[in-house]
Write a protein that binds this ligand. Structure first.
Ligand code: PLP
Length: 426
């Protein structure tokens, strides 16, 4: 039943290379010059994937009837069991969001002083540390993987360093082996920010079981969501015990608090959404893969665009479709292309622009850090994410790609017109 609500969901993508699907034939037809946008409604990068509404509403109704709305209810318990089973990890704790999850995991791991992490990540990875008085030390990335570059970690280790946070950016795993080696040699803890990586694997083992702990996000924009939410996973029994206490104010039984804790609990309605979303996760991934194939086929030959790939030998959630724009070869900058797309109601995003180190409070605290983050600084000017997920059809993608191809084909003229300030014809 759920499948019926998805446009084209049962057909695989059949390449239809560069068929002239563009509704716009002339430069002045572009919305940036005043014409009507090709899409009436805005196309978002992370429009929520919604599972079977009836199943969700049945679960919500049961929650309301039971009166058990939060505090480790039956939906949360079932959700945690399902997640742990899928990931193949010993312990899984559902939490209210991944930012709080990172803080709980960092505290449970006794991280303090300095922690090394990439700047090319969502600001929450750094803020979670700073919020609990840990200094984030930004490391450069490998331009091929967009993940933390392990060869640049060791030079950042100081007597104050207690851990490393690897972020599996776009759901593509970090170089887990090298990071583990560096951590062991230097007696550091490893936490993975796996906010993007539910459903992805590294060396055929699901993400969630690596490092000392991993943290997922189930925010509304993620591959599957619990409205807001997340999870912490670990194979370490002692750590798991601490996390379970810290998530619930440090309570150990009634009237007994034995840890400094916080409120990181997931509520029952969120867990109901999580269970319902999990029932459809295979379909969500299938649709993302179909969208990915379509984008690859339509954009793969365009000079100046580099498309990121997911390793076909691993499991991937294909959650993001990411393009690097080389302004020189493409004839237009990433920012100009994003402007053209936005005018057409295609809300391409410049993730993670401008990099955590360029945002407050880090920009003021360590103003020169960009000098050692050269790959990050380059990448943040090139990356663009395009809309995908169940809300996007193949026809939508063909239109998006046609606009991109058209813009790059006429890049010189479009750039000239825009730099001369012309944004309207007639
Ligand atoms: C890499 C990364 N880490 C952490 C987070 C924070 O997740 P949440 O919104 O669940 O707190 C996000 C959210 O998008 C993210 O992309």
């Amino acid at each position: 039943m759920w499948l019926k609500t998805i446009k084209f969901c049962t057909i695989d993508f059949i390449p239809n290379r560069h068929k002239n699907t563009l509704k716009k034939q002339k430069i002045e037809d572009l919305a940036i010059f005043g014409d009507t946008p090709v899409f009436k409604e805005k196309l978002h990068v992370g429009r929520p994937n919604i599972g079977d509404k009836k199943n969700l509403l049945d679960r919500v109704s049961d929650v309301l009837d039971s009166g058990w709305l939060t505090n480790n209810g039956p939906n949360v318990q079932e959700f945690e069991l399902r997640l742990a089973e899928i990931i193949g990890v010993k312990h899984c704790f559902a939490v209210c969001n991944a930012t709080v999850a990172l803080q709980i995991a960092a505290r449970a791991l006794e991280l303090k002083g300095e922690v090394i992490l990439p700047s090319f990540t969502f600001i929450a990875s750094a803020h979670a540390l700073k919020w609990i008085n840990i200094t984030p030390v930004f490391c450069d990335i490998d331009p091929n993987t967009h993940n933390i570059d392990p060869s640049k970690i060791e030079m950042l280790i100081s007597p104050r360093t207690t851990g490393i946070i690897g972020v599996h950016v776009w759901g593509r795993p970090c170089d887990v082996e090298t990071i583990t080696q560096i951590a062991e040699q230097n007696n550091l803890k490893v936490l993975y920010d796996a906010a993007h990586a539910f459903g992805s694997s590294f060396q055929r083992k699901m993400i969630g079981g690596f490092g000392d702990a991993e943290v997922f996000s189930f925010h509304a924009t993620k591959i599957f969501n619990t409205f807001e939410g997340g999870a912490i996973t670990t194979n370490n029994d002692q750590l798991a015990h601490k996390i379970s206490l810290m998530r619930n104010f440090g309570f150990h039984g009634i009237d007994n608090v034995i840890e400094l804790g916080t409120n990181g609990k997931m509520n029952e309605i969120s867990a109901a959404m999580g269970l319902t979303s999990l029932e459809s996760i295979d379909d969500f991934i299938k649709i993302n893969k179909r969208n990915y194939d379509c984008y690859q086929s339509e954009l793969g030959d365009i000079q100046g665009l580099k498309l990121i790939h997911y390793d076909e030998n691993e499991r991937s959630n294909f959650q993001y479709f990411v393009v690097e724009v080389d302004g020189i070869k493409a004839g237009v900058s990433r920012d100009l292309l994003v402007k053209v797309l936005h005018a057409e109601n295609i809300l391409a995003r410049r993730y993670f622009y401008p990099g955590c180190h360029q945002l407050e409070p880090y920009r003021t605290l360590v103003p020169d850090v960009g000098l050692r983050l050269q790959e990050t600084e380059k990448l943040v000017t090139r990356v663009m994410c395009l809309p995908t997920g169940t809300a996007i059809s193949i026809t939508d993608i063909m239109q998006i790609c046609s606009i991109i191809r058209f813009t790059l084909t006429h890049s010189k003229k479009i750039s000239e017109l825009l730099s001369s300030g012309l944004t309207g014809f007639g």
